[in-house]
Design a protein. Structure first.
Length: 195
């Protein structure tokens, strides 16, 4: 999946064009945002095939519901990610009814392990999530919040700066230092962080 860069202003323009039925704008929107949405879907669903299905469903919903986006109510990428998140939760309800879903407004858990997965692998995954959680707690508040928004919500550096009300350079520094501290912590407890 390609990941082009687009400003929030450009994404707003693209959504306005999609609202008018502009297929080229829709293709550009897909190029700009599909990687963000796919990353979120994969984190929630934990299966590539489900994440790919949910991504296609999400973009269909975006095409159909583009007229409901209101720039005054939030950043365009946040709106797109919200559509993807709800699609992921709907898919989980349909395919895995035994998994307890969060209430509306609550965040989905970081991992919803596949019950058919090997128990040893599931135990190792659970242990890894525990180490990650412990290491995240050890970060400064700004670093932790920046990392969670960037990697869990898919925020760009520019969006982080706006949401956190901090200069762009400061936000980049929080992310960079937070990643470095997180990597050091995980390596010290044997968890490693993918490079």
């Amino acid at each position: 999946m390609s990941r082009a860069t687009a400003t929030p202003e450009r994404l707003t323009e693209l959504l306005a064009a999609v609202r008018r039925g502009d297929e080229q704008a829709f293709a550009e929107l897909y190029r700009c945002c599909s990687a963000h949405l796919y990353a979120l879907l994969l984190r929630i669903l934990q299966r590539r095939d489900w994440a790919e299905e949910a991504l296609q469903d999400s973009f269909l919903k975006i095409w159909q519901k583009s007229e409901t986006y209101e720039p005054a109510r939030g950043a365009p990428l946040t709106w797109l990610l919200t559509i993807a998140r709800y699609r992921a939760l709907d898919l989980l309800r349909a395919k895995r009814p035994e998994v307890e879903m969060p209430e509306e407004g609550e965040e989905p858990p970081l991992s919803m392990a596949d019950p058919t997965q090997d128990p040893l692998m599931r135990a190792q995954e659970t242990e890894g999530v525990g180490r990650l959680t412990d290491c995240l707690r050890g970060l400064q508040e700004e670093q932790r919040r920046s990392l969670l928004l960037a990697y869990y919500e898919g925020y760009t550096h520019q969006e982080l700066a706006r949401v956190l009300r901090a200069p762009l350079g400061t936000v980049k520094s929080w992310v960079r230092r937070g990643l470095s501290r997180l990597r050091d912590c995980l390596e010290s407890v044997g968890g490693g962080l993918e490079r």
